[in-house]
Design a protein around this ligand. Structure first.
Ligand SMILES: Cc1cc2nc3c(=O)[nH]c(=O)nc-3n(C[C@H](O)[C@H](O)[C@H](O)COP(=O)(O)OP(=O)(O)OC[C@H]3O[C@@H](n4cnc5c(N)ncnc54)[C@H](O)[C@@H]3O)c2cc1C
Length: 681
């Protein structure tokens, strides 16, 4: 029992299949979704909105028990807007965008996830997962999704799947309180969570890393005036040698995560007599609180090799799992659903061939790898597993107190960002003559901006309605003739495309002397055409409207023409030169650089890594990548071998720098810092 929340009970109904007379054939569903967690619910709502008759089944009859997901990212909120429930989630949750990281008593850096204005949704909201699931369930009921509770899938006929990879029949055996029955469908979406029993029934593997650390979750109810920010401590005085995370949630419930170490006894640690003193030490005597929930968790970073197995499609935790640092679990699962639903709907309606679903596998496997990489890096930093990685981590924290470059390396969790499907086969590359000076590329999720359409103010992403969108910029005579032609109108109608026409002269600006935000963010000019997929990722864009290239791009984006993946545009020199943090993420320019002035002549102490993996929203990739390389180079070395490697490395880098005065400053800077000792084991 929670003090602030009563778990709902969703009504069980006897399945109609159990009442069929002998010669009646059971209904065969186009799509069945197994698992009504956040991902299965989002997927079922999306499919229903796309006009697909799908059945959602879950073995349970309530929402997620206890404290699990907390943080939901801007992109997820934008998907919820498309599912017509974004307002409910934002109203119920706690919006935030700032985070602070402390090393012992000192703040070593802070960040602002969304420093610029002109976005409808906040960078993040915090909300207990049970509230989120209840909102999703309500929306599913309103959308008339066929939901069945207390129905457990106990067998999958995957023989037909294995024998004929593309056979479009899946047979399920389902256990209900009234007995076992069979269901069949053309497509099965598996959203049955990290321990996926369907994955096991089909004999499929998950590969990756299991972390040997334990964390205590304590949800407490308290009246506190801490700001709505993410606070993370390394080695705080109230929990020595470990880390702690604090988040504010809805209903005055605060979530505290204490790192315990692998040797901790989970049963002992959950006892109130162990938990309460830990929290008292953290909050001080002035804050009284009540325990709402306590549990201990461990975690893993791993994924299935493939998310599509013929007519069976895996989404969410069933397909991939990450550590909670970075809030990438449910966020990425909901983005799986966002990616899959429109594709599956097109295939079910025979609008696209089955191979469109292979792009689900390709795009979301890439996304899972990105999430696993970030989550693993954060976890390695937060819970170093070798003495040398602990030494580097502590050196980073020590340096962070003094130098901005090291602050950018402090990795207390790189928070969830959407993946840019840059090498997807569905993208049409920009024409060589069509340079767009912005941080979006074919495959990128569209960024938001305030807009004015037909005299009404709105938001760019709000105006997309779940169909393909053609965003056209007025003001160029030739392009206008093309867009107003009969042929274009017929194509738009037959392809069911939503045309949005923008007049740049009327678009909202941050101030009178600036260009409209939408113009700057998308580098728009009159005559431009942007073709967006139903999941709001960019399929193609052209400086001038022309029907044939648009039709080809649409056919490509809908899998109607077989195309290999395109090369990521980031291989081009353009990529790094356009790197910027305009659409959110950390900005090195905003970081405080106190204490660095004396040393800033010659020795660079601002963040200085240039090789971004992608140019969008990822200020830290170069830093994180280097850190990863360094720790990997030391893996499995003895202390002596590690010291020798460090010496060789230092000499090589010194030679590369080659400027003795800079090296002198670096030596002095390193000498002035008192190393931390309490972290050493
Ligand atoms: C401590 C912690 C903190 C986290 N913090 C965050 C965060 O801040 N942000 C974030 O995005 N994510 C976070 N996560 C991850 C998030 O909780 C999961 O990623 C999310 O729940 C996955 O959703 P899902 O729908 O894929 O699976 P689940 O939520 O696990 O749902 C699976 C559903 O399938 C049903 N089911 C299972 N087997 C069967 C069967 N055989 N037949 C029928 N039904 C079945 C279950 O009853 C369940 O309802 C956190 C997780 C933990 C543990």
């Amino acid at each position: 029992m929670l003090k602030t929340y009563q778990y709902p009970k969703f009504a069980y109904q006897r399945p109609p299949e159990l009442s069929l007379s002998e010669n009646r054939i059971a209904k065969r569903y186009p799509v069945i979704v197994v698992g009504a967690g956040p991902v299965g619910l989002a997927c079922a709502i999306d499919l229903k909105q796309q006009g697909i008759d799908c059945l959602l089944i879950d073995e349970d009859d309530t929402v997620s028990i206890g404290s699990r997901g907390v943080c939901y990212a801007k992109r997820t909120l934008e998907i919820f807007d498309r599912l017509n429930m974004g307002d409910d989630v934002v109203k119920r949750g706690v919006s935030w965008q700032r985070g602070r990281t402390f090393f012992r008593n000192d703040e070593v850096y802070h960040f602002n996830l969304l420093a610029e204005s002109g976005h409808e949704r906040p960078a993040m909201i915090n909300l207990q997962q049970y509230h989120l699931e209840e909102i999703l369930q309500r929306r599913a009921a309103q959308a008339q999704v066929d939901m069945r509770w207390r129905q457990k899938v106990i067998a999958v006929d995957h023989q037909s799947v294995d024998v004929d990879k593309y056979a479009r029949t899946v047979q399920l055996q389902v256990e209900s309180p009234d007995g076992v029955y069979e269901l069949s469908c053309d497509w099965l979406v598996v959203a049955d969570g990290a321990r996926s029993s369907i994955r096991r029934m089909m004999g499929l593997d998950v590969e990756g890393k299991i972390f040997t650390d334990r964390f205590l979750i304590a949800d407490v109810v308290m009246q506190a005036d801490f700001p709505s920010e993410r606070w993370f401590w390394f080695d705080p005085p109230f929990h020595r040698n470990q880390s702690v995370l604090l988040h504010r949630q809805a209903d005055k419930v605060w979530r505290i995560d204490f790192q315990l170490g692998w040797d901790a006894d989970p049963d002992e640690e959950k006892k109130p007599e162990r938990v309460i003193p830990r929290i008292q030490a953290m909050l001080g005597e002035q804050h009284s609180f009540e325990l709402e929930w306590v549990s201990v968790y461990t975690f893993q970073c791993r994924r299935m090799l493939s998310f599509r197995h013929g007519p069976v499609l895996f989404v969410g935790d069933a397909a991939h799992q990450v550590s909670p640092f970075g809030a990438r679990g449910a966020n990425s699962g909901i983005q799986d659903a966002d990616n899959l639903a429109w594709k599956l709907a097109r295939v079910v309606k025979d609008q696209s061939p089955e191979r469109l679903l292979d792009s689900y596998d390709h795009e979301r496997v890439c996304a899972a790898d990105e999430n696993i990489l970030n989550s693993t890096r954060s976890t390695d930093f937060i819970t170093p597993k070798s003495s040398v990685s602990r030494v580097f981590r502590n050196a980073t924290l020590d340096l962070a107190n003094h130098f901005p470059f090291a602050r950018s390396m402090v990795n207390s969790g790189r928070l969830s960002l959407p993946t840019h499907y840059l090498d997807s086969s569905l993208n049409t590359a920009d024409l060589p003559s069509d340079h767009f000076a912005c941080v979006l590329y074919p495959g990128s999720p569209m960024c938001d901006a305030p807009i004015m359409v037909n005299g009404q103010s709105s938001w760019l992403l709000r105006s997309f309605d779940g169909r393909f969108v053609l965003l056209f910029v007025k003001g160029d005579e030739v392009s206008e003739q093309v867009v107003n032609s009969e042929a274009m109108k017929q194509w738009i109608e037959s392809a069911n495309i939503h045309l949005i026409t923008i007049d740049l002269l009327q678009q909202p600006r941050a101030s009178n002397d600036q260009d409209p935000l939408i113009k700057t963010r998308l580098d728009l000019q009159p005559g431009n055409c942007w073709l967006m997929r139903p999941d709001q990722h960019l399929a193609a864009r052209f400086r001038q409207a022309a029907l044939d290239p648009l039709i080809k791009a649409f056919e490509r984006a809908t899998g109607q023409t077989e195309q290999p993946s395109i090369a990521s545009p980031l291989a081009s020199p353009l990529a790094s030169s356009t790197a910027s943090s305009t659409a959110g993420g950390f900005s090195s320019k905003q970081r405080p650089s106190q204490k660095s002035d004396a040393l800033s002549k010659g020795l660079i102490v601002e963040p200085n890594f240039k090789d971004f993996d992608t140019p969008v929203l990822r200020d830290y990739q170069g830093n994180d990548r280097f850190y990863d390389m360094l720790i990997n180079a030391h893996r499995n070395l003895s202390d002596d071998a590690s010291s020798a490697l460090n010496a060789r490395l230092l000499l090589l880098l010194a030679n590369h720098i080659g400027d003795v005065s800079v090296l002198q400053q670096a030596i002095e800077a390193a000498q002035t810092i008192q190393p931390s000792t309490s972290y050493k084991e």
